[in-house]
Design a binder for this molecule. Structure first.
Ligand code: G3H
Ligand code: ZN
Length: 286
């Protein structure tokens, strides 16, 4: 189904969250779509730096768009974390439904100006743009310093640009395998008071179920998951190879790991969709 509305904004306004998943091939892309169909939720398939180094943008676009068009739910195709403006333009021209310009490493003035330039470019072609403020560290690269998103800069991004979604750093950390990140809800509140943009949480593999349930009630429109599905796939594949050491058919070897991805993605998506009746039921669900 076509991604034809701002489902991320709608989610931020309605207490749900659109899940974005990093995908690395047709197997996990299909498994994520099946999970989203089962949960009845829009979903975003995201291409990260590693995936685009492995295969070109045009091929990714053709593969993921064709899978998405046949789905029963809206499927977005998103270019994740990109500061290469030519690559962003290439993704837009090839039919990606959203792109991220990541200018988080730049001084604010430069970041918002390029973000605005890319927003104008993307919007003229019917594509959504995600920007970023603050720094979400990568635990696998040994980065420890969390540079929180400045509420003042978030207000500036909201006032000065037409960016659609804003990725924020509020204690979230990339590439954690367990829910050990400490979300700073007081920083998040300060950002939300002055910036009405739908917010995006990166590094969601590292967020506890309790914090995810709380984030759903904030103005979070999208949460990005990568590590959790990659780990699910690799763990299941190791298990499967141990179980059948003589098997050489990748289609057979992948059956169980892909099924596990579908199950894990379904768990994640249904928790982000589910309406909690009250605070107590949110706590009980955890
Ligand atoms: O850039 C990647 C996404 O934010 C997902 O992060 O792999 O830590 O879940 P994650
Ligand atoms: Zn990220």
């Amino acid at each position: 189904m076509r991604w034809n509305r701002n489902y991320v904004k709608e989610a931020a306004e309605s207490g749900t969250v659109v899940p974005g998943f990093n995908v690395f091939g047709y197997e996990d892309a299909q498994a994520v779509i099946r999970a989203a169909e089962k949960a009845g939720s829009p979903v975003i398939l995201m291409i990260n730096k590693g995936a685009r180094e492995a295969m070109d943008i045009q091929s990714w676009a053709r593969l993921l768009i064709s899978l998405g068009q046949r789905a029963e739910v809206p499927v977005g195709v998103h270019l994740d974390h990109c500061s290469d403006l030519n690559l962003i333009r290439q993704a837009v021209e090839n039919g990606f439904t959203s792109v991220m310009y990541d200018g988080s490493m730049l001084p604010f003035e430069e970041n918002w100006k390029i973000t605005q330039k890319m927003a104008e470019y993307a919007h003229a072609r019917g594509v959504f743009l995600e920007g970023e403020l603050g720094r979400v560290p990568y635990s696998d690269l040994g980065q420890r310093e969390i540079r929180y998103t400045s509420p003042k800069e978030a207000a500036g991004m909201f006032e000065k640009t037409d960016v659609d979604w804003l990725a924020v750093s509020v204690g979230n950390v990339h590439r954690l395998a367990e829910g050990t990140a400490a979300i700073n809800f007081s920083v998040l509140e300060k950002i939300q008071k002055v910036c009405r943009l739908p917010l995006v949480i990166h590094g969601s593999s590292g967020i506890s179920e309790k914090d995810a349930a709380k984030l759903k009630k904030e103005k979070i429109g999208k949460m990005n998951f990568g590590t959790i599905l990659r780990k699910t796939f690799a763990d299941a594949l190791r298990q499967e190879m141990k179980r059948c050491p003589e098997e050489f058919d990748r289609l057979k070897l992948f059956e169980y790991p892909v099924k596990r991805i579908e199950q894990e993605a379904y768990q994640i998506i249904s928790k982000l969709q589910k309406e909690e009746k009250d605070e107590d039921s949110a706590e009980r669900a955890i």
